[in-house]
Design a protein around this ligand. Sequence first.
Ligand code: SF4
Ligand code: SF4
Ligand code: F3S
Length: 268
Amino acid sequence: LEQARRPSVIWLSFQECTGCTESLTRSSSPTVENLIFDVISLDYHHTLQAAAGDAAEHAREQAMHANAGDYLVVVDGSLPGPNANPGYSTIAGISNYEMLMETIEGAAAVVAVGSCAAFGGLPMADPNPTGAVAVQDLVKDKPVINVSGCPPVPMVLTGVLAQFLTFGTLPELDQYGRPLAFFGQSIHDRCYRRPFYDKGLFAETFDDEGAKAGWCLYRLGCKGPMTYNACATMKWNSGASWPVEAGYPCLGCSEPNFWDAGGFYKAL
Ligand code: SF4
Ligand code: SF4
Ligand code: F3S
């Protein structure tokens, strides 16, 4: 793998909170160091690149020209749509919309990382003051792979990149454009608290005896039955834990519209 030519990745960060990049830096297999030094050529990334200003924009343009037709564009964050005020979000004086459309021109595919890029996320939540839209609302002539989650599980992203590098193929996707291998089962399908759900044993408050005994969090608002993601098996921070294991109900953060769809905790 390491002998292969490292594919160029251009990472665009638009209306985002840097949580998706924070998550990527916690990938353990491969680690982010292994990924960017040995596996891919990360030619543009605001948070991780050394260059700034003109040099950074020049690196982006150079990567596009040198790898025309086979580079990947990764996007985190949503962006103001074509009819919104372009000044809401700009980089180097270029609106997010213009930068996305210009950068994807020679791309093989676009990976929308995080629920903001995949579905609009927080910036698109009511009242959507910037007229935010998701990447798939704008990119119609390239494959778009949605690696949703707020933030996404880091190894899902590195897994998608590794597949592209190793086989030159893109993953099979579900109805929302998410890789089926990681989003094919619900949180509830793989949750270690499921035996308690099946027995009807539920925590009723965050600190009752049921909560302390690790019972099911459904009555505290867990959206695990309607949420598709790999958290329950891949976990976070090198497999240390995940929300439900830490005592918090799943918010459904990898589903479209989760900010407005009532995912935040409400006891039933
Ligand atoms: Fe931040 Fe979540 Fe949006 Fe990622 S998906 S940029 S973590 S708000
Ligand atoms: Fe399902 Fe949530 Fe209960 Fe786990 S905690 S079994 S995901 S309802
Ligand atoms: Fe998100 Fe639920 Fe996983 S809130 S991080 S999909 S457990």
